[in-house]
Design a protein around this ligand. Structure first.
Ligand code: ZN
Length: 676
């Protein structure tokens, strides 16, 4: 197949005409759909699905360069343009998903002559229409729409309450007497906050960086307790701002409406609706999965808490209260595994890490990353690479933007710029991805040095990019990261992280920036021990959140006034390994599930970890650079994108369904798992 390589020209984006051109594009798309529906009485893959796929592709190619610029070189003009465009997409999408003629056309398509990939895409699309209420009666549809509108307002209220409650609390200190132990960067920020208010001394807030610093480092126990009480009662009926920003009624209404929405669509409860678009087969499967992990991890978590208690006693602390846990955990970690970012950083100069990363990709998948010079980008630091297979065919193009700078959004992420798609029988459009990080820029002629966390982040995002770029699917709807079930999206990324914990791989990506020495064994051992520190407790915490979220959405009883608290209390009977105060209102600030997209989906974090650990364990068995195993993963998982179910893709690679034991072992929990 010939490949058509046209890269976006970022410098030609004209903001003054962009919005108008988007309007034209979207209305042309809608007109095309009308024409397709009018011109045909008998619908086929060729006259319906292929043109529809092309419309989505057109939007992605038009929108993604601008949306990317908005994230990486933001300006007032870009923001204005971006925000003006966003609502147009929601309106466009709604008008498509509410188009009953289009829905009926999709339903009329016979699957007899479709390939399995085509059939999978069609099933997904029909489901998307049905989940947006298109097939409901007029009366139910209007109720459905009212629920949707109300739910989005409620999520917003929940988030605002939490924000207001967090911001309401500050503490002013005239001097540093009570602030002993806090890191210097926390103190500097606290001082600055005070002087912004025209005051001397220090102001601490309840924002995460301050709260974590107090919990972990403040020697003043009463201070830790005060912050703990304020933090765990945010947006609730108790605590320093009791009832002022109370999320209790908001949560109840959200849960009632979600339940009603699910039943309108014919599901037993909201959890079942959530699973309709996920890899997990059933609610039972999710519960068993979480409970199994909890049962295997709890003995280890209990041992860890015993060790923490014993350590605290040696420090003169007889009984550990919730506000003591992070504080003594940090002291114990320092005592046992004195290792920090700064000790590892000199071994990870960015150029060596990148070179090693490319070598690992080459060994696993047989593809080479070749720099493409002279490509139009948004900043001189951006590198562009073609991924070439061993026939020298370009499989994809990757834009790498590693360094932090002003007007660039924080964090690290990957995004699709364009997706693979067959253009004709012989031509294919190649996929393009953006890989963005925010590492410190090299200074003074020295290379940028990465912490091991940052190396892991880089591998994670590269894992997503490889998923998008190595795909062989011919349709936009299912190529690369498109159409992948929500709870399996993180499989390729978390999977790829494993290599930066692997000794053989570390010798490829590490080289001391002064001596060239690879990471010494002693440091490697410390790094691995520190990785497992309190991993049982961390696991139990995540499982508690996941079980609470999932059970909360398995029905709703409007007659039980304390339903949310009751569900949480019941979950904690099985999962809690640390003391909890009766006034703890964690549920009032669990915005992942009440204001974010994780409702009945929080389990996905652990789910994807199990998938990726289990997939990786085949490499542990067969060799971490075994090219045959690499090819199998490429063919079974990376190349298929969203063109078949993630479960089938996983089974094709692993030869069986996912198993939790590899994850337990990677967390250092295996020895207890085997004896329990
Ligand atoms: Zn990710």
């Amino acid at each position: 197949m010939a490949t058509a390589l046209t890269l976006p020209s970022f410098s030609d984006i004209n903001l003054s005409t962009f919005e108008a051109r988007l309007d034209t594009l979207l209305s042309e798309n809608l007109a095309t759909i009308e024409t397709i529906l009018k011109d045909n009485t008998h619908y086929t893959w060729e006259n319906l699905m292929i043109p529809m796929d092309a419309l989505d592709d057109k939007i992605e190619r038009f929108w993604s360069p601008l949306s990317h610029l908005h994230a990486v070189v933001n300006s007032k003009e870009l923001r204005a343009c971006y925000q003006a465009c966003l609502p147009k997409f929601s309106a466009y999408e709604a008008s498509i998903l509410q188009n009953e003629t289009l829905y009926r056309a999709l339903k009329s398509l016979s699957k007899t002559h479709l390939s399995s990939v085509e059939s999978h895409i069609l099933t997904d699309q029909i489901q998307a229409f049905e989940l947006s209420g298109v097939s409901l009666s007029a009366e139910k549809k209007s109720r459905f729409e009212a629920i949707q509108t109300r739910l989005s307002a409620l999520s917003n209220t929940y988030e605002n309450h939490l924000l207001d409650a967090t911001q309401a609390f500050t503490r002013h200190f005239l001097d540093d007497t009570r602030l002993k132990g806090l890191p210097s960067h926390t103190m500097a920020a606290a001082k600055e906050r005070a002087s912004e208010k025209g005051e001397s001394g220090y102001v601490l807030s309840l924002e995460a960086p301050d709260y974590i610093a107090v919990a972990m480092f403040a020697d003043d126990r009463a201070l830790r307790q005060e912050f703990y009480e304020a933090y765990v009662t945010r947006a609730s009926d108790v605590g320093p701002y009791a009832l002022k920003f109370d999320n209790s009624p908001v949560m109840n209404e959200i849960l009632a409406l979600r339940h009603e929405k699910a039943t309108l669509l014919g599901f037993e409860h909201y959890a079942a609706l959530s699973l309709a678009t996920k890899m997990a087969d059933s609610s039972d499967k999710v519960l068993t999965f979480l409970q199994d992990l909890a049962a295997k991890s709890k003995p280890q978590a209990l041992k860890e808490i015993d060790a923490l208690n014993a350590f605290a006693k040696t420090q003169g602390q007889e009984t550990l209260m919730p506000w003591d846990l992070s504080y003594y955990a940090e002291k114990l970690r320092q005592a046992k595994y004195a290792i920090n970012d700064e000790m590892l950083r000199p071994y990870f100069p960015t150029p060596n890490v990148m070179q090693g990363l490319f070598e690992i990709i080459h060994r696993l998948y047989g593809v080479t990353l070749v720099a493409l010079p002279g490509v139009d980008t948004w900043h001189k630091d951006v590198m562009v690479y073609a991924l070439k297979d061993n026939q020298q065919q370009t499989r994809g193009v990757l834009y790498v933007d590693l360094y932090a700078r002003t007007n660039k959004r924080g964090g690290a992420w990957m995004d699709s710029c364009q997706s693979r798609r067959a253009l004709t029988q012989t031509d294919v459009q190649i996929p393009i991805a953006f890989l963005t990080c925010n590492f410190a820029k090299p200074t003074g002629g020295k290379p940028g040095l990465l912490s091991h966390d940052e190396v892991e982040t880089l591998f994670h995002e590269m894992g997503h990019c490889l998923h998008h770029l190595l795909t062989q699917v011919d349709y936009h709807a299912a190529s690369g990261i498109n159409g992948v079930e929500w709870d399996a999206v993180e499989l390729p990324s978390q999977f790829f992280e494993h290599w930066c914990w692997e000794k053989q791989a570390l010798s490829l990506i590490s080289a001391h920036h002064e001596t060239g020495e690879t990471l010494p064994d002693a440091l490697y051992e410390k790094m691995m021990k520190a990785k497992h520190f309190q991993s049982g407790m961390a696991m139990m915490r995540q499982l508690e959140f996941s079980l609470f979220d999932f059970k909360l959405h398995m029905g709703y009883d409007s007659r039980a006034p304390h339903w949310v608290a009751d569900v949480l209390a019941k979950v904690r009977q099985d999962t809690a390994v640390i003391p909890i105060m009766p006034y703890n209102r964690f549920q009032h600030s669990f915005s992942h599930i009440f204001a974010g997209g994780y409702a009945a989906g929080y389990y996905s974090y652990k789910w994807a970890e199990v998938l990726s650990a289990d997939a990786y364990s085949r490499f542990e068995e067969e060799g971490v650079f075994n090219a045959k195993t690499g090819q199998d993963f490429l063919k079974a998982v990376l190349e298929v994108g969203g063109s078949k179910s993630a479960k089938d893709a996983f089974i094709a690679f692993r030869g069986r369904e996912p198993d939790i034991s590899a994850l337990l072992r990677h967390n250092g929990i295996v020895q207890y798992a085997q004896t329990s």
